[in-house]
Design a protein around this ligand. Sequence first.
Ligand SMILES: [Mg+2]
Length: 288
Amino acid sequence: MSAERVPVKWVIFDLDGTLYRGKTAIPGAAASVNHLRQHVSCRFLSNNGERQAQDLEERLRGLGFRIEAGDVASSADLVLEYVGEHHPSSRVLALTSEHLAHALEARGCTLVEDESAELIVVGVDRRLSRPRLTPALRAALNGATIIGTNEDPTFPGECGMKPAAGAFVGIFRGMGFEPHRLCGKPSEWAVREALKRWEIDDPTACLFVGDNLRTDIAAAVVVGARSALVRSGVSNEAELTESEAKPTLVIDSVADLSPDCLEELAEVPLPAAPHVRARPIRQEAQCG
Ligand SMILES: [Mg+2]
């Protein structure tokens, strides 16, 4: 069966578990990405809801990745963009990192700790407690808009798994409130917003590379793009079997991605359509 050949022009990398774990680069990842950049455009989309692009760009450079300003976008960046556009100067109850709370304040929001909040931003809040949550519940009952950085349930820390933003968003769901906006993969809004800031108008020319089926691979599927799952992070073989979102390619590590591999991918059919179950996995043991 012949299929339309759609070359990969952009590679959109995840960060945690894909390019590094904690403070350590995945072996061979920097060399691989730096080499790929000579053939295709590379960008970096992270569900990190604590840090903005500049911090993440610096971290990547420190690990040996060649990174230009503007190459990276994070959930924190998308939160700030969304709030700036839709809720400027609002009273915000920030159940997030202090870093993101201060960034919201710097964008013109007023931080509050009581039920007068018009906006509740939910991410990883290391200070969360029942007394801190109570005014947020009351603000939500008063009609405050709820924005989540992302809904990752867990993330791999230096010493093991830790609760991620999805655990905190889940507290609101448990109280009966669905977030009005989620600013991380696999939210279609978040993915399209990130592509827009890089002036990418054709998602089908993108290859999404990540370690998480629920975020990175699902993000590719919602915009009709191909994807590569790396085995260096959170998703394992059992999840792969059960996952509805299937990657186009499964590789051990980003170190296995090569320009030749991308050439081969151009021949692989795109996912049938957004929101439709993707095609079966194509094992690419020869890649790299
Ligand atoms: Mg990851």
